[in-house]
Design a protein around this ligand. Structure first.
Ligand SMILES: C[S@@+](CC[C@H](N)C(=O)[O-])C[C@H]1O[C@@H](n2cnc3c(N)ncnc32)[C@H](O)[C@@H]1O
Length: 197
């Protein structure tokens, strides 16, 4: 069933973003200041590109945004900077190609979500696999002191995932931005201050 456009969808269209999800990132950025000017950022599950466009604005010309999605991405340019686009499945390290070349990252963010089947246990388990793979990659490629945020479907392993994140970061918590639809069971795992390994 096609959803009626809400306030965030209308606003995204007016402000030149392809998806309303940009406002979820904005809330996380406002609360936790995940990304700074000049940063090198990895955006996982980036298509159609709203978060990437906002990240390009935030890092400015001196920063780098690497946008990764299993779908092909369009060219994404904002604020005089163009994202590096990579087509890869985050759960398949063999597909990462030359991603390491851009590391270490100052921040890693993920809005990646599986296609929902309507079977909540299955969808939640698939979301957990994406977050676990993203955390594994984060352990290898994020700078000490760096920040991260990952979309996660609630109702499965989130306590175990939160415990893993707390071993890697000074702080990790689960947050539900206001821009998430009321009926959605998505939340974000927000991690700040990667501890040195
Ligand atoms: C909600 S959309 C992201 C919206 C995007 N942040 C934006 O603001 O335009 C979720 C994306 O996650 C991607 N995705 C899902 N599973 C993935 C995986 N295993 N690896 C990479 N991307 C994945 C999907 O292809 C989809 O484009």
């Amino acid at each position: 069933m096609k959803r009626k456009p809400d306030h965030y969808t209308e606003r995204a269209r007016k402000e030149g973003f392809p998806a309303r999800s940009v406002y979820k990132f904005d809330e996380l950025q406002h609360r936790f200041r995940l990304v700074n000017r000049g940063d090198t950022v990895l955006d996982i599950g980036a298509s159609p590109g709203s978060w990437t466009l906002r990240l390009l604005e935030l890092v400015g010309k001196e920063g780098t945004v690497v946008a990764l999605d299993r779908k092909e991405l369009p060219e994404l340019t904002r604020a005089g900077n163009t994202a590096v686009c990579m087509q890869a499945d985050i759960t398949e390290p063999a597909e990462y190609g030359d991603l390491e070349r851009y590391a270490p990252f100052d921040a890693i963010v993920s809005d990646a979500a599986p296609n929902t089947s309507g079977h909540r246990t299955l969808d939640t388990a698939r979301s957990a696999v994406i977050v676990e793979s993203s955390l594994e990659l984060t352990g290898q490629l994020l700078k000490p002191g760096g920040n991260a945020a990952f979309k996660l479907f609630q109702g499965g392993d989130e306590q175990a995932i939160l415990a893993t994140a707390r071993d890697m970061f000074e702080k990790a918590r689960i947050v539900k931005p206001k821009a998430c639809r009321d009926e959605s069971f998505e939340v974000f795992l927000v991690c700040t201050g990667r501890t040195a390994t």
